[in-house]
Design a protein around this ligand. Structure first.
Ligand code: ADP
Ligand code: F6P
Length: 321
């Protein structure tokens, strides 16, 4: 195998650039030639490819986003689209692919490897942390830190005005981001798709907290569990004497300079991916499980379902007394 390629796909995540940097430099160090595919799987379809050398990935370790860009390309779900991509890979002399992205991108990587037996290694990168088979995805840690920094500021004004704040965070249809943010920000409640909280319970908790002298509250709402505006309205209808406000953190969680952990995870994952190519150990994802780097079959990654930690839910509850 002479030439491999690397691409970033799906929602961008802080640390993707560190992973690209690691794949390129470890790849060059292992005597591979390395191509960069622009804009995810769409770049395969369009043959939007650049040659990468060590300097191509200089000064990006601290930058959020992805220098290779990314877009959502649902057409890749169709086999005929993938057939064109595979043909393009052959024409470009690319014999292996490192795909960096979230759970959707993992499905794309799996499809490419199964359809054509094409050597693919997948690196999990998403602020959602919803990829099965790895404890952490690149960028999750940074997104939690970004959100907590903002919520600490909201806490100041919430306590000054004795207000209730609903803070809506990302995570698509999962609550991993919301739950870790809630624990780290010291929120009273996390409303997540996996474990919805009834309005009756929210009202009851707010009333009980007020009796205990807790006059301001922070409620973290995962976007997949509802809209902050609606929850705010409902609380106001039930508790007209309480001041309630909401904030939607939105895309601020997707950017920013990656934290140490996101950088180190991405660098390790990229290095491991090259080792896998050298060992001809394809069709797998690089992951981390219990602090050990693991290689997980893509068939297991896409068929598995990551579950919410009951211990973390208990922890949040016990801290919110
Ligand atoms: P993420 O990777 O962040 O979860 P998406 O769900 O948008 O983001 O997936 C990224 C890209 O992966 C999609 O735009 C599409 O090109 C590809 N993809 C997603 N799901 C599949 C699938 N089931 N089969 C093939 N390709 C897929
Ligand atoms: O998958 C990452 C993510 O940020 C989700 O948390 C969010 O729901 C989604 O991407 C937003 O997608 P887009 O960037 O296409 O609007």
């Amino acid at each position: 195998m002479k030439r491999i390629a690397v691409l970033t796909s799906g929602g961008d995540a802080p640390g993707m650039n560190c992973a690209i940097r690691s794949v390129v430099r470890a790849g060059l160090g292992a005597d591979f030639e390395v191509s960069g595919i622009k804009r995810g799987y769409y770049g395969l379809f369009e043959k939007d490819v650049i040659n990468m050398d060590s300097r191509s990935v200089g000064n990006i370790i601290n930058k959020g986003g992805t220098i290779l860009r990314t877009i959502r390309f649902p057409e890749f779900k169709e086999k005929q689209t993938r057939e064109k991509c595979y043909k393009n890979l052959q024409e470009l002399g690319i014999e292996g692919l490192v795909a960096i992205g979230g759970d959707g991108s993992a499905n794309g990587a799996y499809a490419l490897s199964v359809d054509f037996g094409f050597p693919v290694v997948f690196i999990p990168a998403s602020i959602d942390n919803d990829v099965f088979g790895t404890d952490w995805t690149i960028g999750f840690d940074t997104a939690v830190n970004t959100a907590v920094e903002i919520i600490d500021k909201i806490r100041d004004t919430a306590s000054s005005h004795e207000r209730v704040f609903i803070i809506e965070v990302m995570g698509r249809e999962h609550g991993f981001l919301a739950l870790d943010i809630a624990i780290a920000a010291g929120a009273e409640t996390a409303i997540i798709p996996e474990f919805p909280v009834s309005m009756e319970k929210i009202i009851k908790d707010l009333e009980e907290n007020k009796q205990k002298g807790k006059l301001s509250s922070l409620i973290i709402l995962a976007e997949g569990a509802g809209k902050a505006h609606d929850i705010t309205e409902k609380i106001h209808q039930n508790l007209p004497d309480r001041e309630v406000r909401y904030v939607v953190l939105g895309y601020s969680q997707r950017g920013g300079s990656p934290t140490y952990f996101s950088r180190e995870l991405a660098t390790i994952f990229g290095f491991e991916a090259i080792k896998m190519f050298k060992e001809k150990d394809y069709g797998k994802m690089v992951g981390i499980s219990g602090n050990k780097i693991v290689r997980v079959k893509l068939s297991d990654v896409i068929s598995g379902k990551k579950t919410i930690s009951m211990e973390k839910l208990e922890l949040l509850k016990s801290m919110a007394i």
